[in-house]
Every structure is written in C-alpha cells, then in structure tokens.
Design a protein around this ligand. Structure first.
Ligand code: GLU
Length: 321
C-alpha cells in the first residue's frame, strides 16, 4: 500500500459513499430484537499492525456479531477438537443457497457444506471441546478483539432463542442424521450455545482489531502474543474468502477481494493483505443479508487503498462497480 495515502480521509470518504446506498437496505427483523437498531447508523474502523487506529462514523456503537461468531467458534473448535474431527462433520465448499437453508441437507449431502452457514456453524458448535464452551468462546473473543468488556446482549439472546425456529429445525435434522458431535445430552444445549455466541456484542473497532490479528497470522502485533496458530488462521481466512458473505461471496470476492465475514446485526470484518484489519457496522442489510453500507465502505477502501488480495497493491478503479 502507498504509505503516503491519507487513510483517515479515505475512510471518511468511504463512509460518505456508504451513506448514499443506505436507502437500498433494511434492518433485519426476523429476530425481533434486531429490528430496534438505528437504521441510519454507519461506521468503520481500520487498524494498522503498528496499532494506529483510523475510525469514522458509528465505529463505537455495540451490536451483536451474529454470523461473525461463526469464525470465532470455528477457531475454538479447531483448537479443541482438531482439523480432522471438525472437517469430518462439515465441508469446505461454498454454497449458492441462503445462510439458513435446509435444502442442501436433504438434497445434496447430510453434512453441511461449510462452517459459515447456520447448519455448518451449529455442527461446529457441537464440536467444541470445553467444560464451559460459551465461557471459552467469550474469553477468545475478548482476547482477539483486545477488549475485556465484551459481553452478551441478553435481550437479543432471548429474542433469538424464542424466535429461532428455523435454526431449531436445522439442529434437529442434524441430530436425526447423526451429524452433531460431542457428548451433548440435549440438542437444545447446542442451540443455546449457538444463540449465545451470535448475541455477543462488539463494535466496528473490536472487529478491526480481530481482523488485524488474523491479518498477522494469529499474532496480535500490539502485544506480540500468538493467540491462534497460523495453520488455523489460514483455514479460517480461506473459508471467509470463499463463504463469508453468504451467497454473495463470489461477487464480493470479485469486487472487494478480502477474506471477510458479515452478520445480520450489520457488522463485517475484513482482513487486508498488508496486515491491516477492517471493521464496519451498518444495520441496513441487502437482500443477501449483508450490510449494504458496510459493503460499500469496504469496497471503497479496497479500491482506494489498493487492498484487493489479487491486485498489485496499488489503488485501482474497479471495472466491477
Ligand atoms: N443468529 C443469526 C441466525 O442464526 C445469525 C445469522 C447471520 O448473521 O447470518 O439466524
């Protein structure tokens, strides 16, 4: 990346650009508590490996991470159960279906296609080996985001637990087909863990720090600590690139070219090739369930800072806009 670029100015321009498309999206309401988010919010944060923080807009508003939790739970499952065990239960293939689809479990394969869709994440949750899996999850999130005050939003958790009939249906199909792992007594306990993980609150700044650690092969460059092994980081980033943006992952990879993960709470984290981490938040979602403003912000950053992982590191004007 060109070091003379004014990153703060580019980020502010990206947020202004993102605001232009907010009218195209809607706040998620299938989990009733999510519908209460302020629809006009949009913010972003970018952290360089030397710890320099660039932030603009609503970068410090907490929101529930929802599907972004799927990347943390995958790390925890790989750390505690190992690669072979986890991937004997879930695949590594992108799917063109919706994130909460049941279709492929019946029609194509009993094993979920990948850990970034709901069915896959429920299986991954069942693989986590820990006495108190949620406590271990929270510890990992706090460490990777460098924020000890991260906690769960009880109202969102109850709201999702009450309304999550589709996830419940998925979990029961997986149980019926003997795909779930571990010593769980009740499938409801696995669902409870999944709902809790989705309901953990972060800010765009927290996500930027997390993405920066992933961008540095699992080392937090601000402390020097290796939090996750490079092998696990490589697996997680590859799956983020292939499947992290639901059934929009291919188009997003063409336009943005950064391993990323979104959630229906409106967050996206994106891992830049030069060791930078990006986090954005905007609760208005497009039809695929991705933050409409957030995607625009990251797309703008990628082209103006030259971050596309398959480009030469120079700013580019995308033919895909
Ligand atoms: N908790 C949400 C669900 O399971 C997460 C979905 C998402 O962010 O994609 O429906």
């Amino acid at each position: 990346m060109d070091e003379t670029l004014d990153i703060q100015a580019v980020l502010e321009a990206a947020i202004a650009e993102g605001r232009q498309v907010l009218y195209e999206g809607n706040v998620a309401d299938y989990i009733p508590e999510l519908a209460k988010a302020a629809p006009g919010s949009l913010g972003g944060c970018l952290i360089k490996p030397d710890g320099t923080v660039y932030a603009a807009g609503d970068y410090d508003i907490p929101f529930t991470m929802q599907s972004i939790s799927k990347t943390f739970s995958l790390i925890l499952a790989l750390q505690t159960a190992g690669f072979n065990r986890v991937f004997s239960k879930v695949g590594m293939e992108p799917t063109g279906d919706r994130f909460d689809s049941i279709l492929q479990l019946e029609l194509k394969d009993w094993h979920p296609f990948n850990p970034m869709i709901n069915a896959g994440a429920i299986v991954v949750s069942s693989c986590i080996r820990a006495k108190d899996p949620f406590d271990e999850f929270l510890k990992l999130v706090r460490k990777l985001c460098a924020n000890d005050s991260i906690s769960m939003n009880e109202r969102v958790y109850y709201s999702e637990k009450q309304s999550g009939t589709r996830n419940r249906a998925i979990a029961y199909i997986l149980m019926n087909d003997h795909i779930l792992d571990g010593e769980w007594e009740d499938v409801e306990d696995i669902l409870d863990l999944y709902f809790r993980m989705c309901s953990v609150m972060v800010t765009a700044k927290d996500l930027a720090h997390y993405a920066m650690v992933l961008a540095n092969d699992g080392i937090d460059p601000t402390t020097g600590e290796q939090i996750v092994t490079p092998d696990i980081v490589r697996v997680v980033k590859t799956l983020m690139l292939l499947c992290g943006m639901y059934d929009e992952s291919g188009e997003y990879a063409v336009k943005v070219g950064l391993p990323s993960k979104s959630g229906v709470g409106g967050g996206i984290c994106a891992v830049a090739p030069n060791g930078m981490g990006i986090g954005v938040f905007g609760p208005k979602l497009n039809k695929k369930g991705n933050s409409v403003g957030g995607e625009k912000v990251i797309q703008y950053l990628s082209s103006h800072l030259g971050l596309h992982m398959l480009s030469d590191g120079k700013p580019y004007k995308s033919i895909a806009f």
